[in-house]
Design a protein around this ligand. Structure first.
Ligand SMILES: CC(=O)SCCNC(=O)CCNC(=O)[C@H](O)C(C)(C)COP(=O)(O)OP(=O)(O)OC[C@H]1O[C@@H](n2cnc3c(N)ncnc32)[C@H](O)[C@@H]1OP(=O)(O)O
Length: 468
């Protein structure tokens, strides 16, 4: 008998007449130096979709190579001028020199891992990025086709979760994605000279050593791996990070190397590497003189503070800024004067789509032992239904349950929510109580909220340090 609770592939939304889609791997030419014409044309369409400057062929080739290195799967939508339903539209495209080899829609997916805090470590996640539609082809269902196809493939491949970062907050909820992590922009005032404005209550152990970013490949890899394994909400990094953090690639203009980038590494007292920071001086015309931190990845909290102490100790610098700080950054509480740390902005980063509720919940962290019933609604029909969740010693067992209206011998508190809301709850960014107050828990009874919250809500928010 078919397992009615197994994830189901969603129906794939059709493309409008005259459009066709093709899925292919990002690939290099036989010479191994340039990406294929199809991959390069894909990168060109993405560049237009995100309103980037016209890239040179060399820059396009660099983007293509990044896609290749992470074995990314590209799906492109092309105009089939021959079969275009509206002939005058086909003629108009021809008149303006439209090249049918250039797609009008782009979509990338690839696999990394997501740390959901569970006992068995990070779980595989299907990541979605570079979603663009040529402005002249928007609002005709191209995204809907690309997304339903991609989620269908992800279910077929047995993925428990998909994730993306969004350009606009109103697009992806309809596909079951919920906002799951946030990050802060911070500004730290350093005062004049070390210790004047910035002083840690305790001096971190070990040494921080200035380093050439180009020589840090191994340090970057091992530091990130430790960080990823200890940080709920972390997503595995694509090759782009390695290229940027080692200064081989300048993200601002895609030129060959970033001459401004500097780095430092924390070496613990026992000689092991604790983490690294990459940063640049904003220029002598900035007032106050400012260091921008690009990336600060530490394997432990002492190393995190030690790297900040190094930045604060740089002579002539009065301010440090960072766009990717954790909401639980320990720095503010470690400062003698916590006011020198200011949060200047807050934004969502990771959005999560649960594809297999059993696998996903069993890979998650929990706060307390207990059991509850889950009534999950999934409008795309992928993973909805009734489940019993039992948590014991920090690990969950999730089993299909009879529908709520059928007789049940067990009296368990019941959580009713949509798959989008479960995505927001998954990594612990928002609490059961807050979602209940927001009216997002449908018919969940107020008296059940307290019990369920004790099991689900996690003590700290998650943190994802990876943009993609
Ligand atoms: C994961 C990432 O890569 S995030 C980056 C997304 N890309 C961008 O922001 C680049 C600029 N924008 C675009 O390229 C396109 O407008 C896209 C990709 C956002 C949307 O593509 P389209 O093909 O126009 O979307 P499509 O027609 O399939 O719309 C699907 C649904 O989303 C809705 N939608 C599309 N764009 C938006 C938007 N910007 N805001 C709110 N809703 C939107 C549509 O109204 C439609 O709703 P429905 O389900 O009620 O019918």
């Amino acid at each position: 008998m078919a397992d009615l609770h197994a994830p189901q592939q969603p129906e794939i939304a059709p493309l409008a007449p005259g459009l066709r889609s093709e899925t292919f791997p990002a690939a290099m030419d036989a010479d191994g130096k340039t990406v294929t014409a199809q991959t390069a044309a894909f990168a060109r369409t993405a560049e237009q979709g995100f309103y980037e400057p016209w890239f040179s062929d060399e820059q396009v080739n660099r983007i293509g190579q990044i896609l290749v290195k992470d074995e990314q799967t590209l799906t492109a939508v092309y105009v089939d001028q021959q079969s275009a339903a509206d002939e005058s539209w086909g003629n108009a495209l021809e008149q303006v020199g439209f090249d049918p080899a250039h797609p009008v829609g782009t979509f990338v997916d690839y696999d990394k891992t997501l740390n959901a805090g569970g006992p068995d470590g990070p779980l595989p996640a299907r990541l979605i990025t570079v979603v663009t539609v040529n402005p002249s082809f928007r609002r005709r269902g191209i995204l809907k086709h690309l997304m339903t196809s991609a989620l269908s493939r992800a279910v077929e491949d047995g993925m428990a979760v998909a994730a993306l970062t969004v350009s606009e907050g109103g697009i992806y909820g309809r596909f079951g994605f919920g906002c799951a992590t946030r990050e802060a922009n911070i500004q730290v005032d350093l005062g004049e000279g070390h210790g004047q404005g910035f002083a840690l209550r305790n001096t971190p152990a070990g040494r921080v050593i200035s380093a050439d970013p180009a020589k840090l490949d191994e340090v970057i890899n091992t530091s990130f791996e430790s960080f990823h394994n200890r940080t709920r909400g972390s997503i595995g990094r694509q090759q782009t990070y390695q290229m940027i953090s080692t200064a081989r690639w300048n993200p601002e203009d895609l030129s060959a190397w970033n001459r401004k980038l500097r780095a430092a590494v924390h070496v613990r007292e026992d000689g092991s590497i604790g983490g690294y920071v990459t940063f640049q001086h904003e220029g002598w015309d900035t007032d106050p003189s400012t260091i921008r931190i690009h990336d600060l990845i530490a394997a432990d909290d002492q190393s995190h503070l030690a790297l900040w102490d190094y930045i604060a100790g740089l002579d002539i610098v009065r301010r440090a800024t960072m766009r990717t700080a954790a909401l639980t950054d320990p720095l503010q509480s470690a400062l003698a004067n916590p006011r020198s740390y200011k949060v200047t902005g807050l934004r969502d980063l990771l959005w999560v789509r649960i594809l297999d509720v059993v696998k996903a919940l069993e890979a998650r962290a929990w706060s307390a032992d207990g059991a509850f019933r889950l009534e999950l609604e999934d409008a795309m029909g992928i993973t909805g239904g009734s489940f019993t969740v039992r948590v014991h010693d920090g690990a969950a067992t999730v089993t299909p349950a009879a529908p709520a209206d059928e007789e049940s011998t067990e009296d368990l508190p019941t959580l009713q929510l949509s798959v989008e809301t479960l995505g927001s709850l998954y990594l612990g960014d928002v609490s059961v109580r807050t979602l209940h107050a927001a009216g997002r828990l449908q018919d969940t009874a107020a008296e059940d909220v307290e019990q369920i919250s004790r099991i689900i809500d996690l003590p700290t928010p998650p943190f994802c340090a990876t943009h993609f």
